[in-house]
Ligand binder design. Structure first.
Ligand SMILES: [Zn+2]
Ligand SMILES: [Zn+2]
Length: 219
């Protein structure tokens, strides 16, 4: 069993609203002691060709001590619900409805997380039927929730079963906080884009990711 501490929810210059390159992010998070970064680029401007080029770029930015896991943060057509997806070879399209997105990602064996439920009332649009297709829900997103998680959003959704996640939502160093998720893998992580991503391997092996930040008790 390999344990990997990863930085969750990170945007690079491949997102329209972020500036850091993949190699620069890999160096930063490597210096901070992480073994991997769960990338979450916005779907805007992506298609299958760009997705494949991006996965190659993630592999090139990875090393034996740092896995840059390619991933997309998909938005529904109203930009209300964002879902992050890792381990899917197919690009699932811009503005795809959340139900369809989760169904296709799940069929592909990918891992999905409901992002920042506290943003714009996304939690109120949550469909309990989605819960079994979600690995996690962001219990605390640093960019939208600030210095403390919102007790009424992520926690309520996580009660449906998905693992409580933390999300740095890194676009610039302003959002940098030492959040981490710990993945338990059944073997060493792979950096090759066409082999199974470490994340998918984890999900298929039934190992549960856990958050390194625990909810405050008694509140
Ligand atoms: Zn988002
Ligand atoms: Zn994001």
């Amino acid at each position: 069993m390999t344990t990997l501490r990863v930085a969750p929810h990170v945007h690079s210059e491949w997102s329209y609203d972020a500036e850091w390159s993949l190699p620069r992010l890999a160096r930063l998070f490597g210096r901070l002691g992480y073994g991997g970064v769960l990338m979450t680029e916005h779907d805007r401007g992506f298609d299958q060709g760009r997705w494949e080029a991006y996965r190659e770029a993630c592999a090139a930015a990875s090393s034996t001590s740092m896995v840059v896991v390619p991933g997309i943060e998909y938005s529904d057509s109203s930009n209300l619900i964002h879902v992050t997806v890792w381990g899917c070879e197919e690009f699932l399209g811009e503005g795809t409805g959340t139900g369809e997105l989760l169904e296709r990602a799940s069929a592909a064996g990918a891992s999905t997380v409901f992002a920042h439920p506290g943003r714009g009332g996304a939690d109120r649009a949550f469909d309990a039927g989605w819960a079994d297709r979600l690995v996690g829900v962001e219990w605390w997103n640093r960019k939208y929730d600030g210095y403390a998680p919102r007790p009424d959003a992520g926690r309520a959704l996580a009660a449906h079963g998905p693992v409580p996640f933390v999300g740095i939502d890194f676009h610039s160093p302003r959002q940098l906080v030492p959040f981490a998720m710990v993945l338990e893998l059944d073997g060493p992580p792979s950096v090759r884009p066409r082999s199974r991503a470490c994340w998918r391997r984890c999900a298929r092996g039934g190992a549960a990711p856990r958050s390194s930040a625990s909810p405050p008790s008694g509140s």
